[in-house]
Design a protein around this ligand. Structure first.
Ligand code: SF4
Ligand code: SF4
Length: 479
């Protein structure tokens, strides 16, 4: 069967073989300090409802959402709150956080009986998703309740479970589908209850044949959910490329998927929805791919939010023979859109999807040389941009002085998703992505400069800087 896809993109080296055959293991954090940043989402930081000295249990609400774009935060361990203070997050910034001394007992808050689909209503499902503090776990950090609320119930006809996982190393969705398919299906069914006119799609990579067969079999009698396999190309899991491949619909960066009748949720987010609505459990765990050529035992872990990178890497099994921490780079996220982590004591948050440990020698940047006008960056751009033109605009716009964004806007710079394809293929090693995407982010932080794009970004953030205080504010077109 032919797989569906989009124009452009790149085929990356496949690093999934390191972990795809290994079952997910549960990792319990060591006793001692756990850090819970109050900003693990795009909106305003959550407001603490505990104080130093309070005893909390697994599942206790420790901070309340401050507005529709904010999200509740719950303790993932039991123990005493020791501080509420700024702590470093993986991007290197300081973010106000709640610190809990994990006592290792994992005492739990009591939860009500499980819900059944028969007595589930749109209103009750929405309330439980909001209360559970669920955000887009593929990297966007967009509160899921907000995403649902701003979508018109009667206009949404397509709800997509994004299990494509186009990152070259991540396999958490792959394992999730094989080991726990009903939780993903059930999460999708909750959304189909909220959007009664919609059909559901589960989108997988073409290489995930086992998952495809399993889901097709499980859903053979279901006439609302369809399983589709998409090309293995990167960035097939990006929302725009995903929606286009499945429906043929297109939208621009000033619009939302809901403007063209679509709602997309990533795999872990659907599992969190299932747990919140059917089992009344808040978002306190996630699956994390911990991998890379420098690790001795790469695999997927079910980890508690707040666990430190150091704790995970120590329990993971260490580095390969002959490698020390001085020889490696630890990335939060994949090689295309992730960033290096300097301090391993930073916590896993709701949006951390993988930790990749590479040898420094494998990441050595080549020196930048002159553009050869080869056109490769144009060929691969999934958003049909000319990255070279945008790159040249950055310098030209500066010289003009009057409108410093004129050329950049005219050539569609705001459509850049920061996917990294242009830099990846550039034979002259020009870091086009960093320059173009940084410019886009600067524009978005100013509602006047952002203009029509304010609808999607600036207005959505209630006038706050989307980057301020967020732990990993990556572009939502990520997974
Ligand atoms: S980073 Fe931006 S300009 Fe470069 S290929 Fe991706 S979308 Fe196009
Ligand atoms: S890929 Fe690099 S060298 Fe080729 S046209 Fe683009 S910027 Fe120039």
């Amino acid at each position: 069967m032919a797989t569906q896809t989009f124009a452009g993109g790149v085929i990356l080296r496949d690093g999934k073989n390191l972990t795809k055959k290994r079952t997910v293991q549960t990792l319990f954090p060591k006793t001692g300090e756990m850090v819970f940043p109050l900003s693990q989402h795009v909106g305003r930081p959550a407001i603490p409802v505990v104080e130093p000295g309070d005893y909390v249990r697994t599942g206790t609400l420790i901070a309340k959402a401050d507005g529709a774009l904010s999200a509740n935060l719950h303790a993932s361990v039991s123990g005493i709150v020791t501080a509420i203070e700024p702590r470093k997050v993986s991007g290197g910034r300081l973010v106000r956080s709640i610190v809990i001394d994990n006592d290792g007992l994992f005492l739990e808050e009591p939860v009500p009986e499980d819900t059944s689909f028969e007595n589930l209503t749109r209103r009750s499902a929405f309330r439980m998703i909001r209360d559970a503090g669920i955000v887009g776990m593929g990297g966007s950090g967009m509160p899921t309740a907000y995403k649902i609320r701003q979508a018109d119930q009667s206009e949404i006809d397509t709800v997509i479970a994004n299990c494509v996982e186009c990152d070259p190393y991540e396999t958490s969705d792959y394992r999730r589908i094989l080991e726990d398919p009903w939780r993903v299906i059930s999460g999708l069914m909750v959304l189909l209850t909220i959007f009664p006119r919609a059909r559901g799609f589960i989108a997988l990579s073409e290489k995930n044949r086992e998952g495809y067969r399993l889901l097709r079999n499980l859903l053979k009698d279901n006439d609302r959910i369809f399983v589709r396999r998409l090309s293995e190309k990167y960035p097939q899991g990006s929302e725009r490329q995903l929606i286009y491949a499945l429906t043929g619909r297109q939208y621009n960066a000033a619009m939302l998927p809901s403007d063209i009748g679509c709602l997309v949720q990533n795999t872990d987010t659907l599992v969190a929805i299932n747990q919140a609505v059917m089992m009344h459990q808040p978002l306190i765990t996630r699956i994390l791919t911990v991998t890379g050529d420098a690790l001795r035992h790469p695999r997927n872990f079910r980890v508690r939010i707040g666990t430190s990178f150091r704790d995970i890497l120590e329990q993971e099994g260490g580095l390969v023979k002959g490698c020390s921490l001085d020889d490696v780079v630890v990335l939060d996220g994949g090689p295309m859109m992730g960033h290096p982590v300097e301090d391993l004591d930073v916590p896993v948050t709701k949006t951390t999807s993988s930790i990749v440990v590479c040898r420094k020698e494998d990441l050595m940047a080549r020196p930048e040389t002159a553009c050869t006008r080869c056109g490769r960056c144009v060929e691969v751009c999934p958003n049909r941009l000319s990255p070279l033109t945008l790159y040249l605009d950055l310098a030209a716009d500066k010289k003009k002085g009057q409108n410093p964004d004129a050329g950049f806007l005219q050539h569609g710079g705001m459509e850049c998703s920061g996917c990294g394809c242009c830099s990846y293929v550039c034979p002259s090693a020009i870091n086009l992505t960093a320059a173009i995407y940084a410019k886009k982010r600067r524009i978005l932080q100013d509602p006047v400069r952002a203009g029509a794009y304010a609808r999607r970004y600036v207005r959505a953030f209630s006038g706050t800087d989307p980057a301020a205080g967020a732990t990993t504010p990556k572009d939502k077109n990520r997974k």
